[in-house]
Write a protein that binds this ligand. Structure first.
Ligand code: FCX
Length: 439
């Protein structure tokens, strides 16, 4: 069977050919209008960037190379002894558009585990951070510091052909994905459990098996399976979201994959993006403490939702920039809860998430502002972690950050393989806008 590198070497010329044909035959074709509302409205709806691995349909949700989440759950190999999608099989799909065999998936797991230990000087740097530094700040700083190991940066300095950039970007991307669990687990240990010893990367485990193990939850099979699914599903959500877009933008300046992904993480740390799962939990716990446990009913949750909205706040975990239906990632995580009824069926927080999802769309529709009243993935992801005893919710976005590397770095490999140019959209002032619209 072919290795990941061999598979990619076959695909790169085909994709380059596809791009060349688009350029030569259709460069001046119009595919949409630019309205004033796009310029002042966060560029919403503008089809203005290339992203290969996934496309988000407003109604169906995300598809990875055309495959829906249930397709991926059916087709992508799990870990030995598990049944959920794992990071490695998702990464293979994202990078190549192909379904890996179980053997290819195992080989990739082994390669990542072999590259998984952090350089000693980076360990020292992370250990020197004050515990008060937000875990996402630490993650972004750690990833930026790892650029001292960048093969892309070293090769660029030596002088290489543009057509070869992608091979170095691929090596950096795989190394970074491999080291993220050790980096993220070290931050968790340092901030929350400084007395605990960190275990080493186990060469026989998959990426998330290792991550859970290093976090100290290795003997919890259902949590490990949950994190496998979580990390595979959060891997990519097309290109325009803040983290993915940031990685692509910074990478377009030929900043190496470490620097590019570090920038993505700083965007992921915002409350309207990755931090939302932490906000959801905060909101759910505040609701729990304001309502007596016996009185948590659809009616009392409805009332609580209105108090949030009437206070001028958003209901975290609901709404989306593109989606206009319930997020299939939310659905998949809820179905995971059904699969483990003995672990999750009786959980108070899981019950509250479910009840909230039943009433919130009606309330948000009546409120009349959001274009999408349905839950997004953040409405449940952090709450399930809370149930499992991973309760340090300032840490949750770090887990998202371990995951989003799969998609953001995949696109960086393709940006370099397709030799895309530096990104440089035209901006305009309000005066210029007025001149344009008034003619
Ligand atoms: N509760 C209350 N009001 C909401 C709302 C919600 N959940 N979602 C949107 N609105 C409001 C907006 O604040 C906006 O109000 P304004 O006109 O006074 O500014 C209006 O509805 C229209 O917004 P809309 O076009 O529907 O949504 P946007 O594309 O501007 O924003 C996000 C999308 C996701 C930022 C928005 O729905 C939100 O703030 N949701 C809560 C936070 C959240 O869950 N974020 C995670 C999103 C995602 F899954 C991720 O990136 O991880």
């Amino acid at each position: 069977t072919k290795s990941l590198r061999e598979t990619l070497k076959e695909i790169v010329p085909l994709k380059r050919h596809q791009l060349q044909a688009l350029k030569e035959e259709h460069s001046s074709k119009v595919i949409g209008d630019v309205k004033v509302e796009n310029v002042i409205g966060g560029m919403r709806g503008l089809k203005a960037m290339l992203w290969e691995a996934s496309v988000l349909d407003p109604n169906e949700g995300i598809r990875f190379h055309g495959l829906s989440i249930p397709d991926c759950q059916r087709l992508l190999p799990p870990a030995p002894g598990g049944s959920e999608i794992i990071a490695e099989s998702m990464l293979w799909l994202l990078l190549t558009g192909k379904i890996p065999t179980p053997e290819q998936t195992r080989d990739l797991s082994r390669e990542l585990a072999e590259k998984g230990a952090l350089p000693k000087e980076i360990e020292k740097l992370i250990d020197a951070f004050p515990r008060t530094l937000h875990p996402m700040t630490q993650l972004s700083m750690g990833v930026a510091a790892l650029n001292s190991t960048s093969e892309f940066a070293a090769a660029y300095e030596r002088g290489i052909k543009k057509s070869e950039y992608w091979t170095y970007a691929l090596e950096d991307s795989l190394s970074l994905i491999a080291m993220l669990p050790a980096l993220a687990a070290r931050i968790y240990r340092n901030v929350y459990h400084p007395e605990k010893k960190l275990v080493d990367v186990n060469k026989d485990l998959d990426l998330v098996g290792n991550y859970t193990n290093m976090l100290g939850f290795g003997d919890n099979h259902s949590l490990t399976e949950y994190l496998r699914l979580y990390i595979a599903l959060h891997g990519d959500h097309e290109g325009g979201n803040v983290s993915a877009h940031a990685a692509h933008l910074v990478g377009s300046a030929l900043s190496d994959p470490y620097l590019s992904y570090s920038a993505a993480l700083l965007g992921l740390a915002g409350p309207l993006h990755g931090l939302a799962n932490q906000e959801v939990l905060r909101w759910q716990l505040a609701m729990q403490s304001s309502l007596a446990s016996s009185s948590i009913t659809p009616a009392s949750i409805t009332e609580y939702l209105w108090s949030t909205l009437n206070a001028g706040q958003v209901v975290p975990g609901y709404g989306h920039g593109v989606l206009r239906s319930p997020d299939p990632r939310f659905v998949a995580l809820q179905q995971f809860c059904d699969k483990y009824p003995e672990e999750l069926g009786e959980s108070e927080i899981v019950r509250m998430v479910r009840m909230t999802a039943e009433v919130a769309p009606g309330v948000l529709r009546e409120h009349g502002k959001t274009k999408n009243p349905y839950p997004n993935v953040d409405a449940t992801s952090g709450c399930i972690l809370y149930h499992y005893g991973l309760r340090e919710f300032k840490y949750y976005t770090v887990i998202f950050g371990v995951s989003r590397a799969l998609g953001a770095l995949t696109q960086i490999v393709w940006d370099r393989a397709l030799m895309l140019p530096i990104e440089r959209p035209k901006s305009v002032s309000m005066d210029v806008l007025e001149k344009i619209v008034k003619g």
